[in-house]
Structures are given as C-alpha cells and as structure tokens.
Design a protein. Structure first.
Length: 147
C-alpha cells in the first residue's frame, strides 16, 4: 500500500494521468509533424489529447459513481452519478480554452461527488486520497491550456 492506497489502483491511477501529462508536455515542447513523433496524428498533441481524453475520463468517472450507487437504493445517487457524463457531453466544445475550463470544473465536481459517495460509505476507505491526488494533477495539466 502507498499512503494507504492499494498498489494496483495507485499505479493504474497514475498511469491514467499519462495522456494528460503528454498533452501538457507536447503542447509546450513539441510541434506536431516534426521528428521524432511525425507519425502521430495532430489530435494526439497539445490540448487536443488532454481534452479528448479528459472527456472520456469524465464519462468513465460517471460509470464508477454509478457502480457505487448500485450499493444503495437511493435514486438521488444514481442521478448524481450521471452528472459528470452529461456535463462533458453538454459543455465540451467551443475551442480548447472553453473545453479545458469545462473539464476543470467537471473534475472538481467529480471530486465533490466522490466525497458525497465516500461519506455514504459506498467507496473504499482510501478513495478520497487517490481521487485527490489524481484530480490535482489533472487540474494542473488542464490549467496549462488556459494560461
């Protein structure tokens, strides 16, 4: 265990940050179409990879919350669990800056929902520690698109 988080979820969570970190790195230091990454499509560089992947992960987190909601009979938790996916669907677009801001709000919103589900004892005990670490890093990566 690392900080009370099982190794599997910890390392998989960190691995899930790689597209965000790549997006940030490539936005600041690489030019699409130039060596050694000329073979990669331009959508896998800069803000585009972070926005595409962020939208997928926001929807994924809705599914995770839905899974937690299945441990109870409260319809309101099911309703809360679909909000991140709907947010991503409705808000992402209108250019990279708007999309990044929308994702930043969405990921902070998911963290709030994580806390709600954690308070209901529907998540593992270590859940908020993992989600806090991951959310801060995702937020910082998306912030580089805005500044």
């Amino acid at each position: 265990m690392i900080w009370g988080i099982p190794k599997g979820p910890f390392w998989l969570g960190l691995a899930g940050l790689l597209p965000f970190l790549w997006g940030t790195f490539s936005m600041w230091f690489l030019i699409p179409g130039e060596a050694p990454f000329a073979w990669l499509p331009s959508r896998l560089f800069g803000p585009y990879v972070s926005i595409f992947y962020g939208t997928v992960i926001l929807s994924f987190m809705s599914g995770v919350l839905w899974g937690f909601a299945t441990r109870t009979r409260y319809t309101r938790l099911y309703v809360l669990s679909v909000i991140p996916a709907l947010w991503g669907f409705l808000m992402i677009g209108n250019g990279p800056v708007w999309a990044a801001i929308s994702l930043m709000i969405g990921f902070w919103g998911v963290l709030v929902l994580d806390y709600v589900f954690w308070q209901q004892n529907l998540t593992p005990e270590w859940w908020m520690r993992l989600r806090g670490i991951l959310t801060v890093i995702v937020f910082l990566c998306l912030l580089t698109i805005v500044i």
